[in-house]
Design a protein around this ligand. Sequence first.
Ligand code: SF4
Ligand code: SF4
Length: 286
Amino acid sequence: MKLTVTGGKGGTGKSTVATNLALLLSKKHKVVFVDADVECPNDYILLSTKLENEEDVNLFKPKFDYSKCTKCGLCVENCAENALLQFKEGYPFLMPTLCSGCRTCQLVCPEEGAILDDYRLVGHTYRTKVKDNLELVTGVLAEGEERSYPTVLAARQRAMDIDADIYLFDTMPGTGNHVAAAIEDSDIVITVTEPTPLGRHDLEMILKLLKKLNLKAWIVINRSDIGKISHDELLKNYDAEIIAEIPMLDEILESYVSGVPVVEKFPDSRAAKIFESIVERIEEVL
Ligand code: SF4
Ligand code: SF4
């Protein structure tokens, strides 16, 4: 089963929800937990563990052999990212940060060997054994890198290569292709939101994305007592259901400050029971 926890905006408590669900699910199932929030991965911190077993994520970039280049300009014309420049009578050259690694330039080049393979480091993935039934795969974007998509894909691939009952993804905020890459093929998508106008707005963006992907949304309203926002209209227009509401609870704050997820620090608390009720819903689908 593939389960994804997402949220339109940052700071909704998405990682807290995902971390607590991962811990509870791993009591009965083999879980691979994927932190695909590559710009700001923090699940390893919430789980009080470390990033281990580092692997590089490299992206193709063209390397020109000017002794074979005829300056025909085809590579420049066909680069959709405008990552290649060529001045009159000159050879093409690359602006690396704009390159998506699509290889189109290499494919259209008529001169064999004029464009060779080269790579740039865009991120890392890590694999950490958290406990017997729980492994964490984390994607981390390289410093200064803007393209998150290849690192999300690499983390996803590394996770899917591990044998498990449940793959639980924690996505980046937003609705870009990096989020779609983590969400697609999910059996269950849990969207975490908060009852504020901004929370509602971003929730609708995610619901639109899920509609395009033909996926149903399970909504968790975090900090449910901080505002009064009606979700009736959204529930009518999209395939969505509110499965849990988590109020501001002292035990969540205390567990956050202590660095131990609430389902472990306060297993009998109201907050832990809410997470258990979400797990029961998930297990109905398993
Ligand atoms: S790999 Fe793609 S994006 Fe990069 S320079 Fe070639 S055509 Fe442009
Ligand atoms: S397509 Fe090949 S031959 Fe033409 S300018 Fe680019 S590298 Fe040179």
